[in-house]
Ligand binder design. Structure first.
Ligand code: NAP
Length: 292
């Protein structure tokens, strides 16, 4: 697995990262997470991305990483969900970092994102300052922002963050020529989330979850042709090798799906005609916004 610099932060990340949003609920056991993390490490997938809002994901990763914490780059997201503190305040971010350290059973988090707050919250300053104080205190290596649109652009231009996370896939191209290009020029790392575009090819009819339904609508409208490759391979290679993207995140609870994504990443960038076709189909669509 290719390891890449995360912008100019000094961190190196695997070109494929594991999005740990799907190990949140009762259908997953500690044993499942242990096997998933073990498989990730065997595949060279050393970037693990979680969040306060992903149910039991942080606790489970914390347990699964016992004895192997130093082998991974650990990323999480804060800003809300601390009992007794209002969301999107400085104290909530500070306490959120401490709580994440405890759940993940570590004394330093590699990346901490402000998790999709709006531009006005960022401009208000206190949540950004609280995160930067956690960096100064040595609790966090790199301050980051996860989100889309004008808040993402503000984050990229602010100079406060070492990395950002936004949707990047064949059905999520909105930020490629904008925030991702600016981030690259400014030396920020970029994590491309929803790299499989929520795998819309799986569904014969419109799925019920609103974000997945939107991906499905876009997939239908773009009328893409697989041209002999599997869809997961097309999506993963598109995202992982998009200019400016440091790593592509795939959300899965399945070691087999993670291994499929790793094989796709190892196949390298898509060929130029296929890539041009994907970009042209997006541009002809008139463009949709970033999916938070
Ligand atoms: N606001 C935010 O900050 C935000 C929002 C969204 C996502 N994210 C990050 O990005 C990560 C990925 O996002 P995501 O999970 O929403 O989207 P995604 O990775 O594009 O799609 C995940 C879906 O694809 C399925 N899948 C994975 N590999 C597959 C394969 N080879 N064939 C068919 N289906 C496959 C997964 O199911 P299985 O479990 O069955 O594999 C899951 O349902 C998240 O875990 C998180 O780390 C962040």
């Amino acid at each position: 697995m290719e390891q890449r610099p995360l912008g100019t932060t000094g961190l190196r990340v695997s070109a494929l990262g594991l999005g740990a949003g799907r190990i949140s609920g009762p259908e997953t056991s500690d044993g499942d997470v242990d096997r998933l993390v073990g498989r990730a490490l065997d595949l060279g997938v050393t970037l693990l991305d979680t969040a306060r809002s992903y149910g039991l994901s942080e606790e489970r990763l914390g347990r699964a990483l016992a004895g192997r914490r130093e082998r991974v780059v650990l990323s999480t997201k804060v800003g809300y969900g601390v009992p007794g503190l209002p969301d999107w305040t400085g104290p909530c971010v500070a306490a959120g970092v401490d709580a994440a350290l405890a759940r993940l059973r570590t004394d330093r988090l590699d990346l901490v994102h402000l998790h999709s707050c709006g531009r006005e919250v960022l401009e208000g300053g206190e949540v950004v300052e609280a995160l930067l104080r956690a960096v100064e205190a040595g609790k966090v290596r790199v301050a980051a922002y996860a989100g889309e649109g004008e808040a993402l652009r503000w984050a990229v231009r602010s100079g406060a963050f070492g990395a950002v996370q936004c949707s990047v896939s064949a059905v999520d191209q909105a930020e490629l020529d904008g925030a991702v290009a600016e981030a690259r020029a400014g030396g920020l790392g970029v994590l491309g989330k929803r790299a499989l575009g929520n795998a819309p090819w799986r569904f014969e009819s419109r799925p019920p979850e609103p974000d997945v339904a939107e991906a499905w609508d876009r997939f239908q409208a773009l009328g893409l042709e697989p041209g002999g490759l599997a869809w997961h391979e097309i999506f993963l290679r598109f995202a992982a090798f998009a200019p400016g993207v440091s790593a592509a995140l795939v959300g899965t609870a399945s070691p087999e799906h993670l291994a499929e994504a790793a094989r796709a990443a190892e196949a390298g960038p898509l060929d130029a005609p296929r890539l041009s076709a994907l970009r042209a189909a997006w541009r002809a669509s008139g463009g949709w916004g970033g999916r938070v």
